[in-house]
Write a protein that binds this ligand. Structure first.
Ligand SMILES: [Zn+2]
Length: 320
């Protein structure tokens, strides 16, 4: 029996699973929240304990790893994590290969999730697709001609930092009006809070306010989606402006690369019909009429990076 170990280092959660080569089901699976004040050392310690509890006495034949941040794919070295300190230039592939004495392949989560959806999910049978995750950040991963396309030094797919409104608010990356600045959950929440804190806007966002019992600090992307579903005008406006930004990004990407499918995953995609309709309509209006594409929901949900890690590990076994 050929055993594959799949690991997912997310910004807020850690997951590990084992499966058999060729299987579509987990033999064992564990998921943990990453501690709020954690760092690379604590994340690695938690992951190590998950791994040993999953493996029991078995030895895996290959390890695939999804990492929530930029990774140098050729060396398997993490460049950094935007959420967890201490990951700067950490040789994750080397660490795992030394500890388990087998091949490990490490890539960033959007590339890995794209691979997972292509191999096991909404991208099965498609030759070209762009996977986009919209949650705490916005990232993307390519499959072109049936293969991952990572770009020079693994940096392809950064749809989150395509500028859609040069006069817009300042993004984490320093530019203005990026897709991520408008469409990610935390930024939508921040915009809602700032607006509602202004004395002149005290009578607005009633559903939003009541969902958090007037404690505006508790507003999240998910609360905005909920309020929008209840008809809150401010929540609808913010959600639509995020969806519009993403739609413009998708339409431009369609013009440039012309993939068959856009597959959308991540927590913000659970925002409901208003969000999805705006994304579809805006992307369609942005792209040339001759350019055909579909925008669909990811099929593997939160497990897309883990299944992509399985596909990575399989490729390590094949190339052996
Ligand atoms: Zn940016």
């Amino acid at each position: 029996m050929t055993l594959i170990l799949a690991l997912d280092f997310g910004g807020t959660k850690l997951a590990a699973a084992v499966t058999q080569l060729g299987s579509r089901e987990w033999l064992r699976y564990e998921r943990r929240l990453s501690p709020i004040d954690g760092n690379a050392t604590t994340d690695l310690a938690i992951m190590r304990s998950l791994i040993y509890s999953l493996l029991q006495d078995a030895t895996p034949d290959a390890i695939g790893v999804s990492f929530g941040g930029p990774v140098d794919f050729t060396t398997g070295t993490v460049r950094l994590s935007h959420h967890v300190p201490g990951w700067e230039n950490l040789p994750l592939k080397d660490l795992l290969e030394k500890e388990f004495a087998i091949s490990a392949i490490v890539d960033n989560d959007a590339n890995v999730a794209a691979l997972g959806e292509h191999r096991f999910g909404a991208g099965e049978g498609y030759d070209s697709l762009f996977y986009i995750t919209i949650s705490t950040g916005v990232g993307g991963g390519w499959i072109i001609n049936g293969q991952p396309w990572r770009g020079n030094a693994g940096m392809a797919g950064e749809i989150g930092h395509i500028v859609v409104n040069p006069a817009g608010p300042v993004c984490l990356c320093g530019k203005q009006g990026c897709v991520e600045r408008l469409a990610s959950g935390p930024y939508m929440a921040q915009d809602a809070k700032e607006y509602l804190f202004k004395p002149a806007n005290q009578l607005q966002g009633q559903q939003l306010r009541s969902l958090v019992n007037d404690n505006l600090d508790l507003i999240t992307g998910q609360i905005i989606s909920q309020a929008a579903t209840q008809g809150d005008e401010l929540a609808i406006k913010i959600l639509q402006s995020g969806a519009w930004a993403l739609g413009v990004g998708i339409g431009n990407v369609a013009n440039l690369i012309n993939p068959q499918r856009f597959i959308l995953g991540g927590s913000v995609t659970k925002a409901g019909e208003i969000w999805w309709n705006t994304v579809q309509k805006t992307a369609r209006e942005t792209a040339l009429p001759e350019i055909d594409f579909e925008i669909v929901s990811a099929a593997l949900g939160d497990d897309a990076p883990l299944w992509g890690a399985v596909a990575l590990a399989e490729s390590a076994l094949i190339s052996k």
